[in-house]
Design a protein around this ligand. Sequence first.
Ligand SMILES: N[C@@H](CCC(=O)N[C@@H](CS)C(=O)NCC(=O)O)C(=O)O
Length: 221
Amino acid sequence: MKLHNYFRSSASFRVRIALALKGLSYEYIPVHLARGDHKLPEYTGISSDGLVPLLEVDGERLSQSMAIIEYLDETHPQPPLLPADALGRAKVRALAQSIACEIHPLNNLRVLKYLMRELKVEEEAKNIWYRHWVRTGLESFERQLATLDAQRRQAGLKPSVYCWGDTPTLADCCLVPQIFNGQRFDVNLDGLPLTMAAFDACMQLPAFQQAQPANCPDNEA
Ligand SMILES: N[C@@H](CCC(=O)N[C@@H](CS)C(=O)NCC(=O)O)C(=O)O
């Protein structure tokens, strides 16, 4: 497998975590987003959306981190990244999508660049936009974790160690990169106890440590 990705890209980081959790090896192909390498013909020739990550596998090219992770989960089921039951899967996907669909699109590089370059928004206003949407999204995520926690207790289940249950899931693959991103841009992460507990639990695991930006071949200190 070949993973076209960028060390700082949250969506790429999600896939690196999934690959590491499953113990899958792959060729790391850096695409320097800040330099605009994703807009060069070499990349747009293989990627129809011009975004990272892109996974080349068995002669196919897969885009969209969530689709890639679900593909990996179906083709390499151990350890599973989604619960065995339909209700559990819906809950985990809802958590994952609150980050991938509600937060991440608003803090994406091209959106922030559009604000500044086309709408002439100042750097400070752009940062306010960024922090507002990330914080609001994480507060919603925290409320969802609190609801799930209450449901588990009611059902006589142990509190979750990770976002859902005692093994990492698709939701954790999404949460950890979002927190890294928030930390980088000074988002206030106070008052999110369940969210940060899940993040801390993930970061104890070698797979999450291995996948983090600082351990990528294209990392820039
Ligand atoms: N929904 C997509 C998002 C992909 C995406 O937006 N990737 C970002 C990096 S995290 C990117 O390539 N950005 C380039 C740009 O915004 O110009 C996914 O989950 O894969």
